[in-house]
Design a protein around this ligand. Structure first.
Ligand code: WT7
Length: 631
């Protein structure tokens, strides 16, 4: 079970082996897991279709690897310490033995509701232990989970349920978030009224809100009440689907990224143990929500596969005050802490008086994920949270990569602020120029691509393989295209610059500009819109929307702006609400009718005079008007 590299030299050896004999390298790691039937073919791949298969013919169930396998030695070990939103309420904990029982009970309950292998199940839940149980119960019976972050709107939920044609939804009556309670049940009711595929809704009583249950609804506690604590794990092929997770891209609706059982298992465990240098007895805490890939891979799968003890936190960093994260670190003697730059920047702003009261001496590794971490935030984190003794692992990866791809490995690797660092063993990044030529180590920015498959690479986008090919495998022949721009220094360390496509990264959350524009355009006043990202002190990027309104500009814009904002909340969720909405009478377009986003991006960044070549603009006065009223 120990997959940990323990020196930088060992890393170099592992890396060498992983590139020269990739199959032998991954076979050795995969061999440490429990397979019901050993695989026949380690890897077959070709990026053009794309078609990637790892450990073909291998039979396994991931839950046997993260529960049953551990029981002889870890039945009484805590798997999760659950910390509630409100620090004055009691926490809970669950051992590996108890988690196994709970998962089996729910698995049996789900089977009773007619859910089986290959069925899609949508999960829309708070940060509670039952959410982990729910995920693992799906995996145990071979159902494919599709988790939707509980901050998405009912419309966004409905879109995702329909795309996956989910048979069942697991949710809660509501959730606690800072000083507020959020009603989830009503959102689900609204959503499923548009979702013909849904047969049942299982509801966890989380905030005691006493909702009325409808015909399709059943309480979670009733479903599991008489179920057996044993459930045989379904035999899955290595390449059977484990889950779908929706994420935004440049165009169209969010796409369902597909991960499969064997490769995802091997890579999340391997990357978890190495990046965080997790050791027996340590307490790990990843602050992400399970609704994002970070939560999937580093709250649920990676840690449990490794037999780790983790913290799962219901609340937010600033409630009841900005010392909450550090208080929780002290309380559970956290050894590895993993959060996002946006959280670091907001806590940094609150001041050191919220850090100093707490004992952070147990920390060994502190991590960052979701967007580039700026130098100032890096230094603050390193100095005040890590006390200058903990390495900062700046982990670069994506929903599509399943696990961490470029990062330091605990304290083994050299560090350089704002540089994610070196690729993990098995990862072969390249930087390409516009023509698709590989760029050398000369600090020139290029498109970050991968030239060889790793076990947890996405296999397809659900229901639309062509789209997967077009988005990730068509830009450069024979490469996986990440959508990010990056540089590599003379030592071979990577620095991620940011997205090169129309994806905006707001507080580590990914949105497509087209997706937000579509939401705005549903508004009755909006005729047309253009959305761009701009630098934001806390969020990394903010959302700036230019909206052409019906009947031209008036003085009472406020009501219209508010109504546009509400439209975005309704279509996607509050997390996608534009930071700035500017009403305009027209958008800058070329003679051929294409919106000149470059100009809008510059205006959003604060540029007022220098726009480069504007000779193709159809009507330059449009730009002047926008500048005059720019926010
Ligand atoms: C995009 C993926 C998988 C982590 C959560 C976000 C950006 C992520 C870093 C980092 C610079 C980063 C990239 C990437 N990103 N981590 N350490 N440094 N940029 O997953 O929603 O799929 O977003 O997040 O732009 O492409 P995601």
């Amino acid at each position: 079970m120990n997959l940990r590299i323990s020196s930088f030299d060992e890393y170099k050896t592992a890396y060498e082996k992983s590139t020269h004999e990739p199959e032998a390298f991954w076979e050795e790691i995969a061999d440490t897991f429990t397979w019901q039937t050993k695989w026949k073919n380690t890897l077959s791949w070709e990026f053009n279709t794309p078609n990637v298969k790892w450990f073909e013919g291998g039979k396994l169930n991931i839950t046997e690897n993260l529960l049953d396998r551990h029981l002889p030695e870890r039945a009484d070990q805590v798997a999760f310490h659950w910390e509630p939103n409100n620090p004055n309420e009691a926490g809970k904990q669950i051992t590996y033995g108890e988690l196994h029982e709970e998962v089996c009970k729910l698995s049996n309950g789900l089977k009773e509701l007619g859910v089986g292998k290959g069925d899609r199940v949508c999960i829309y839940m708070p940060m509670v232990i039952e959410s982990v149980v729910v995920i693992l119960a799906c995996a145990r019976i071979g159902a494919i989970h599709s988790i939707v972050f509980a901050g998405f709107s009912s419309q966004a939920l409905a879109d995702r349920i329909n795309d996956a044609e989910a048979k069942l939804v697991l949710t809660a009556d509501g959730l606690n978030r800072g000083g507020k309670k959020v009603d989830l049940k009503t959102m689900v009711d609204e959503a499923i009224s548009k979702c013909p595929s849904v047969q049942h809704v299982v509801v966890l009583d989380c905030i005691n809100s006493n909702p009325t249950l409808n015909e399709k609804d059943i309480w979670y506690h009733e479903l599991i009440s008489n179920q057996s604590e044993f459930c045989i794990a379904e035999e899955m092929d290595s390449e059977d689907l484990l889950f779908i997770l929706y994420t935004s891209g440049s165009t169209g609706k969010p796409k369902g990224v597909v991960h499969t059982c064997g490769g995802y298992m091997v890579y999340t465990a391997y990357s978890f143990q190495n990046v965080f240098q997790y050791q027996e007895g340590d307490v790990f805490w990843c602050t992400a929500d399970i609704g994002w890939i970070t939560g999937h891979s580093y709250i649920v799968y990676g840690p449990l596969l490794s037999g780790a003890t983790s913290v799962i936190f219901e609340g937010i960093p600033t409630f009841p005050d900005p010392g909450r994260f550090w208080q929780v670190c002290e309380k559970y003697k956290v050894n590895q802490f993993y959060t996002a730059p946006t959280a670091i920047r907001s806590l940094m702003g609150a001041g050191l008086e919220y850090v100093q009261p707490y004992d952070l001496s147990k920390l060994k590794v502190i991590g960052s994920v979701g967007e580039p971490i700026n130098e100032e935030a890096w230094q603050w984190y390193y100095k005040n949270i890590g006390n200058e003794k903990c390495p900062v692992v700046d982990t670069w990866w994506q929903t599509e990569t399943g696990g961490i791809m470029i990062s330091g490995l605990g304290d083994l690797s050299p560090m350089n602020p704002t540089h994610a660092g070196y690729p993990l063993p098995g990862i072969q990044p390249v930087l390409l120029d516009n023509e698709g030529n590989e760029i050398g180590d000369n600090e020139v920015e290029g498109y970050l691509c991968m030239k060889f498959p790793w076990p947890s690479i996405l296999r397809t986008t659900y229901g639309d393989h062509e789209r997967c090919k077009n988005v990730y495998f068509s830009n450069y022949d024979g490469y996986y295209f990440t959508g990010d721009g990056a540089k590599r220094d003379k030592n071979g360390m990577y620095r991620i610059i940011g997205r090169v496509d129309d994806v905006i990264n707001v507080s580590g959350h990914r949105f497509g500009t087209a997706e937000i524009e579509d939401a705005i355009n549903t508004n009755e006043y909006a005729i047309e819109s253009a959305v761009v990202g701009y630098p934001h002190d806390i969020k990394g990027q903010g959302i700036y929307a230019f909206v052409v309104v019906d009947g031209g500009l008036k003085d009472d814009d406020e009501a219209i702006i508010e109504s546009i904002s509400v439209s975005v909340s309704q279509m996607i969720g509050k997390i996608a609400k534009p930071d700035k909405i500017q009403l305009v009478s027209g958008l800058p377009k070329t003679r051929s009718g294409k919106i000149m986003r470059r100009i809008l991006r510059k205006i959003a960044e604060g540029e007022r005079t220098n726009f480069g070549d504007t000779s193709t603009l159809l009507d330059p006065s449009v730009v002047e008007e926008i500048i005059d009223r720019a926010l």
